[in-house]
Design a protein around this ligand. Sequence first.
Ligand code: IMP
Length: 423
Amino acid sequence: MPVDVLLGLQWGDEGKGKIVDVFTPEYDVVARFQGGPNAGHTLEFEGIKHVLHTIPSGVFRKNCINIVGNGVVIDPITLKKEIESLQKLNVDISSILHISRKAHIIIPTHRILDAASEAQKGKEKIGSTLRGIGPTYMDKTGRNGLRVGYIEDEDFMRRYDKLKSKHEELLEQMNFEYSLDEEEKKFFEAIGLMRTLSFTDSEHMLNRLMKQGKKILAEGAQGSLLDIDFGSYPFVTSSNTISAGACTGLGIAPGNIGRVFGIFKAYCTRVGSGPFPTELNDDTGEQLRKAGNEFGATTGRPRRCGWIDIPALRYAIMINGVTDLIMTKPDVLSGFDKIKVCTSYKIGSKTIDYMPFDFVNAPIEPVYEELPGWKTDLTEVREESNFPAELSNYISYLEKTLEVPVSVVSVGPDRSQTIIRKK
Ligand code: IMP
């Protein structure tokens, strides 16, 4: 049984957590393949609102196996908090959560290095979530990283001290002041909790489950436009957020990837710095932010808002091999007389309909087409037949221009606010 992948096609925050939660009854396993606690996947059901950072979004479904793959970076402190808040909701993760021994650990000095590095960048800062993600992936590729499997080894402390000393030297060179005691105490308490969890060689586990015919869903984090290779570099995260990341982050062979579900918002948002051609720095942007409650699930930062960007979406669909589109938050667009769609970019005298190499510095002017808006409150709509004609028109327009069917439409944060169009 091939592994399906679900990921974001924009700059993150497309609503992946909710959709994974909706999909899980159809899957036996949900596996995170990259990123770390920079992610904030929000799930809402039966009056409960819950944000997950590291743990896959299948934890609220009975009998669903949840795997944190080798491509993920884990902050034990955040993981401990997540486990404790799940315990309060009577979710016992002990038998359903498995963590790859090859996943890398974020140590307290990684987070301090993240802050020091952003401070050094000044105006050119990435707008990082400051969760230590970049420095941890740097240690991974620099062959200095601390892996989950080392927790089981006798020389874990030696490895930890060596990495910490390296960081302390760097921080001294950067002349960055910090205090570690409190965080280190929390870190070792959290490592104590991690020792009680199930560690696994997740690539073997997943391939075994696949052979047994289990249905597996790989859950992406962040978004395709934040991918380290294909995103708006350098304003990106430090991992491969695209479907290929599911292969390297889980140990799944490319031929074993099945459907690729690409999630996009009916408009567009970005949190942190970097280019955003369709950004609206006006009342309309503010209206979208308010109506969409566009504030980061991890950092609480206000998200930048703008119209949908077709060249960027088309690029993300191409890179990921998207087979099905999932549109979220068209309910936020209710009330607009006209909805704008960016169809191409004007750069000087040239107009192009693709993402150029120089996406960061080129003076990109979005070229828009206008579509009629709708007034209907969509949040109560449960059948496609009750869509206003203008929404159906918007969806048909997107399907035609993006050449991929929109299989699911989400009209609110709750599980129940989901319309499956095509199986
Ligand atoms: P980092 O991955 O925390 O270093 O952040 C790098 C960039 O990616 C920043 O612009 C962040 O705002 C953005 N980013 C990281 N994780 C997420 C996410 O889960 N959603 C949206 N943006 C994110």
